[in-house]
Design a protein around this ligand. Structure first.
Ligand SMILES: Cc1ncc(COP(=O)(O)O)c(C=O)c1O
Length: 477
């Protein structure tokens, strides 16, 4: 089969022709209305620090004023625009709240940026493992009892890093979590990459920045109508030294921040202030109607009621999380059918679920189109009677940390075949991408089960960073 060689610009044009409805990032969904003024005048907006503009690293004028408005909108003590994505927001937050050698407690199914902060900041890490639900192949809300126990067992922990909501829209009781963390005198950092929109809709779980979190990193570009890489960092309490946050951001961000991204962040927040409640409420109404219909039909689609009945705390009803495994279609296959047959592009898929973002830029008809298409695919597959392709999703691997992440990362290393790596110390991350949650971290002893699981993910067409095309991975020599 000949592979078409296509470069960026033609590739983007082709993609645009192939995708009609988008449930992936960026949150503006390529609809020209919200960012119209910026989009139509890109040349004019692409400016830099000069006379009469401002400096993101030391804002005194137009950027400072915008940051103050954003902070007001989110109820934060101080807000920062981050143009290097939430990866940079997360790393800056963690490094601002710690010093090398400090212990942090991390939700084990967190994004790789948290682990990168551990390496860069020379930190020591303890894990809070997620509550894996085997029947549904999904991590439910973290246990707050276990969180408290960890803080009792490991008094040296300085900072707690939790993901709220998860990629799958699962939320824990954020207010209670903050109370627990503060009871033991620790700092709570929330990776709210998937939750910039919670602040703007009363039907959704509460926003972390208004619920006791001390510092919050958000991917504005994921769930708000802002351009890719636009992110915001909020400091919400006096437990965090804002001067140290500013210094970390100055160290880790580009010295040439894009005014296009910053302007799109301003516009996205203004739009949500004006229209977020109304538009998200309308979309949630449609989400509820359609997911109820699908659940009554027997389709496994996540809903707030379903998660609560199964012991989770709450669900973000702007997240479409669908599994047709019961009728023989795995998550990746569903993503491909939606794209090829219906011109709908979802955000990501794993072996079980296909996940899509619904934002204020979507119309209720877009949501109806998604779920009606899923219904048709489900009914067709049921008629074909292929049976269940239920895959065995693994509980999060518990590996032994033999040497520190930083030492392993910087150690002398070599490439070995994945099948020859059992018992060796990993020198790199093994990460299914998306969602970007590491299965194996540097310094951990590689287990056969984890490699078998990674191979089953690869076999289903899902990327696994850290295992190359020749099935090799990097271990400590
Ligand atoms: C939970 C979580 N945190 C952080 C990030 C990083 O966000 P960004 O892509 O804006 O750097 C992601 C990206 O997918 C994520 O899922």
């Amino acid at each position: 089969m000949s592979i078409e060689k296509i470069e960026l610009i033609d590739g983007i044009k082709k993609f645009r022709q192939e995708v009609q409805t988008s449930f992936h990032m960026p949150g503006h969904k390529n609809k020209p209305n919200i960012l119209k003024e910026i989009g139509e005048n890109l040349h004019d907006y692409d400016i830099t620090e000069t006379i009469g503009t401002d400096n993101l690293h030391f804002p005194t004028g137009m950027i400072k004023n915008t940051l103050e408005s954003i902070g007001k909108s989110y109820g934060a003590k101080k807000s920062y625009i981050v143009v290097n994505g939430t990866s940079c927001g997360v790393i800056s937050s963690i490094m601002a709240c710690t010093s090398p050698g400090d212990f942090i407690l991390v939700q084990r199914d967190c994004h790789k940026s948290v682990y990168n902060a551990v390496i860069l900041g020379g930190l020591k890490v303890e894990y809070l493992y997620p509550e894996f639900n085997r029947e549904h192949g999904l991590n439910f809300s973290v246990s707050l009892e276990k969180l408290e126990q960890m803080l009792i067992d490991y008094p040296k922990i300085k900072l707690v890093v939790l993901t709220y909501p998860t990629f799958y829209g699962v939320c824990f009781d954020i207010k209670k979590a903050a109370e627990i963390v503060h009871k033991y005198g620790k700092i709570l950092m929330i990776d709210e990459a998937h939750g910039s929109h919670l602040n703007f809709c009363s039907k959704l779980p509460p926003a972390a920045e208004r619920s006791g979190a001390d510092i919050v990193a958000q991917s504005t570009h994921k769930t708000l109508p802002a351009m890719t890489q636009s992110s915001i960092l909020h400091v919400c309490s006096d437990r965090v030294d804002t001067e140290k946050v500013s210094r970390m951001l100055r160290m880790l961000q580009t010295t040439s921040p894009s005014y296009i991204l910053m302007a799109s962040t301003q516009r996205a927040v203004e739009y949500m202030d004006k229209y977020g409640e109304e538009r998200l409420c309308k979309n949630i109404e449609m989400f509820r109607t359609k997911t109820k219909e699908l659940r009554e039909l027997g389709v496994n689609v996540l809903t707030d009621d379903f998660l609560k009945e199964n012991g989770s705390h709450a669900f973000d009803e702007t997240r479409a999380v669908i599994s047709l495994n019961d009728v023989g279609i795995n998550g990746k296959e569903l993503e491909i059918i939606l794209r090829e047959k219906y011109k709908i592009q979802m955000e990501m898929s794993d072996l079980m679920y296909t996940v899509g973002y619904i934002t204020a830029a979507d119309e209720p008809e877009d949501i109806a189109r998604l779920f009606d298409s899923v219904k048709e695919i489900y009914l067709d597959a049921k008629n074909e009677n292929k049976g269940s392709s239920r895959v065995f999703i693994e509980e999060f691997p518990r590996l032994t940390q033999e040497i520190s992440m930083k030492n392993a990362f910087y150690s002398e290393s070599e490439l070995v075949l994945a099948d020859d790596s059992f018992g060796r110390i990993s020198a790199d991350f093994i990460i299914p991408y998306p969602p970007g949650i590491p299965l194996i971290c540097p310094g951990e002893i590689i287990k056969e089960e984890t490699i078998e699981y990674a191979k089953s993910i690869l076999a289903n067409g899902i990327n696994v960073n850290g295992i190359d095309a020749n099935n090799m991975l990097r271990v400590v020599k």
